[in-house]
Design a protein around this ligand. Structure first.
Ligand code: GTP
Ligand code: MG
Length: 218
């Protein structure tokens, strides 16, 4: 799939104020500065569509982009950004949690993970929360150009090993680099396959897609 048209629709401070629609939606979440907005620009081939920054904390609300008049991408604020106040941080996490739990047309969430690092507690905890709430997701390991493909691949393998201790099946994993557009075709293909799968379903579609189940605690 290639995106032909991508338009910014609106920026919403809460899930209640997000656009009313039954079109399929895909969200991008992850730590601040991991590259969510940059990845959206890469997927849509529209540099400057989502606002990016070298400093963490750039995206502060739920941003909707309408793609080819038929589905949505949403850019979310990052989690784990220490420099905003505690109250603001709590506000962000409420905004994100309510959006992920209540957005009926949300089909799949891409959880971005910095491909340069070994598995981080904050990311693993977030994935656990997704699993506990039965929310479908895929992982995206970003910034592969900074470490090189092989080392990023080794970090993905490490991440898989850690996840396997707690999960019965592993969610898909993509490796991306904005420098080379690595991962773009694979993510778009995955989105297309999800859209095809839910096409004829009603708006409870998301709950019918595979989510990834955690092993029961011993
Ligand atoms: P918040 O909105 O603050 O949560 O951040 P974000 O996750 O949206 O990150 P953003 O897209 O703004 O990117 C953060 C920084 O990482 C920017 O300086 C980007 O240029 C850089 N970046 C993102 N993806 C890549 C990549 O694949 N390779 C390299 N080298 N840099 C990247
Ligand atoms: Mg951003």
């Amino acid at each position: 799939m290639q995106i032909k048209k991508a338009e910014f629709v609106t920026s919403s401070p809460s899930v209640d104020l997000c656009p009313e629609t039954t079109l399929p939606e895909f969200a991008f979440i992850g730590r601040s500065n991991v590259g969510k907005s940059t990845l959206i620009n890469m997927l849509t081939s529209a540099p400057g569509l989502a606002k990016t920054s070298g400093k963490p904390g750039k995206t502060q609300s739920i941003n909707h982009f309408l793609i080819d008049d038929s589905w949505y991408l949403t850019d979310l604020p990052g989690y784990g950004f220490a420099k905003v106040s505690k109250t603001m941080r709590a506000g962000f996490s409420d905004m994100i949690e309510n959006y992920l739990l209540e957005r009926k047309n949300l089909i799949c969430t891409f959880v971005l993970i910095d491909g340069r690092h070994e598995p981080q507690k904050i990311d693993l905890e977030f994935l656990t929360w997704m699993g506990e709430n039965q929310l479908p997701f895929a992982r995206v390991f970003t910034k592969a150009d900074k470490l090189g493909y092989n080392k990023t691949q080794a970090n993905v393998a490490f991440h898989n090993r850690v996840m396997k201790t707690e999960w019965t099946t592993l969610p898909p994993a993509f490796i991306t680099s904005v420098e080379s557009s690595q991962g773009k075709a694979q993510i778009l293909e995955y989105i297309e396959s999800c859209i095809t799968e839910v096409k004829d379903m009603k708006k409870e579609a998301a709950s019918q897609l595979p989510f990834f189940v955690r092993k029961p605690k011993p």
